[in-house]
Design a binder for this molecule. Structure first.
Ligand SMILES: Nc1ncnc2c1ncn2[C@@H]1O[C@H](COP(=O)(O)OP(=O)(O)O)[C@@H](O)[C@H]1O
Ligand SMILES: N[C@@H](CCC(=O)OP(=O)(O)O)C(=O)O
Length: 369
């Protein structure tokens, strides 16, 4: 964990003018805020949206396009405009900006993720601000992050940041979208993102935003799991960003007591593709979540999907709630035969290289954050 390293994510809603299009004054304002942080000794990675918003007006679309290829075309034009604007406002302070475009696949491949990490490390060492966005041109529909909230959380974990600041047009999470209910009340601090917390979050509030509060909660969860404290809120007045980093921001803080995840476990938890699902009983649930134990055949209730030793499976409890993911040591047929059996009975029945269904070192908890 790097105490002085902050990832700041700025959403389209904070960077666009009323009718769409890039609001350059806003870019200038955020560049000033970043400069203040930099001069105070912080290392900053910026994840910024706004490429589609910046591009579509220039291309003659009346409103933010809906079709993928239109959005990709708008982003290709807008990304250059976006970078140009940040450079223009950062360079006079002697701060260089670097463009980093990433896709989900870059995180799924440990090699590519590592390359991105090494590049960002080098840039930070040189005092450059890496400016990250999704590589919209090559992202295909089902693999897209769609919004940059998730991307920012993955970046925060990748670079072992101490905080993830998600800037949006609303000053935090409310009990309901304040655009719909002005009497909704705000959460100042959240320590656990439960299903109830999720139920308060709605979709995007404007024509330019994408993920709404739901995707910000997804992002906060990923960050918290990686040991990164998160914040969702507004940065509107000079020095707001610094105040926010120091704990006095206008929004909701998401505290975490988790430790940072090693890269292998980040991959397992957030980028791997589970090939099956293993349902466990209450005793196994407690063993996995509270005691950090391995999963043994005795706790397995049922098996779904087809998998082989070394594959990733998702583990759920009897209520269907996801507890985590792990690398399984059995194939699905073998596991069906030994589900619910004690260790001596398993050993009597078949030959296994490891008795654990999932070893604790190859397990990531995704529940109770
Ligand atoms: N419970 C909630 N509390 C606060 N805002 C909410 C809530 N549910 C939905 N929203 C909406 O989420 C919007 C922010 O998300 P989004 O439009 O995707 O912004 P961005 O472009 O900054 O990512 C707010 O403008 C708000 O209308
Ligand atoms: N990569 C896209 C981001 C899409 C988007 O709108 O994200 P967000 O505003 O964070 O919900 C862009 O730059 O336009």
């Amino acid at each position: 964990m790097n105490e002085q390293r902050i990832v700041v994510k700025i959403g389209s809603s904070s960077l666009t003018s009323e009718h769409g299009g890039l609001n350059r004054e806003q870019v200038r304002f955020f560049a000033e805020e970043l400069r203040t942080l930099r001069q105070a000794g912080y290392q900053i990675v910026l994840v910024t949206s706004g490429a589609v918003a910046a591009g579509f007006r220039q291309m003659g679309y009346e409103q933010r396009p809906k079709l993928l290829h239109e959005k990709q075309a708008a982003a290709a034009v807008g990304q250059a405009l976006l970078m140009q604007a940040y450079q223009e406002y950062l360079l006079p302070y002697g701060i260089s900006a670097a463009q980093i475009l990433l896709t989900r696949q870059d995180f799924a491949s440990r090699k590519r993720g590592h390359n991105a990490y090494m590049t960002i490390e080098e840039l930070l060492k040189l005092g450059v601000i890496p400016i990250v966005n999704e590589n919209d041109t090559v992202s295909i529909d089902e693999l897209k992050f769609g919004d940059n909230d998730t991307l920012s959380a993955l970046v925060a974990n990748l670079v072992h940041a101490s905080q993830l600041i998600i800037v949006t047009d609303m000053d935090g999470l409310y009990t309901e979208d304040p655009r719909k209910n002005p009497h909704a009340t705000r959460f100042d601090v959240i320590e656990q993102i439960t299903d109830e917390i999720y139920s308060y979050a709605g979709g995007a509030g404007s024509a330019v935003g994408t993920g709404g509060m739901r995707s910000k909660l997804d992002a906060a969860r990923i960050a918290m799991r990686g040991g990164v404290k998160a914040f969702v809120g507004r940065i509107a007045e000079p020095h707001d960003l610094m105040k926010t980093v120091q704990g006095d921001g206008r929004g909701t803080y998401f505290e975490t007591h988790q430790h940072g995840l090693p890269v292998k476990k980040q991959w397992l938890g957030f980028h791997s593709t589970p090939l099956g699902r293993v349902v466990v009983d209450e005793g196994a649930e407690q063993a996995l979540l509270d005691r950090g134990s391995s999963l043994l055949p005795a706790g397995v209730k049922s098996i779904h999907g087809e998998f082989h030793p070394g594959d990733v499976v998702e583990v759920t409890n009897l209520r269907g709630e996801v507890l985590g993911r792990g690398i399984v040591n059995y194939d699905h047929e073998q596991l069906s035969q030994v589900a619910g059996l004690s260790t001596p009975d398993v050993l009597k029945r078949c030959e296994v290289s490891r008795i654990e269904v999932i070893h604790r070192d190859e397990w990531v908890t995704l529940r109770s954050l």
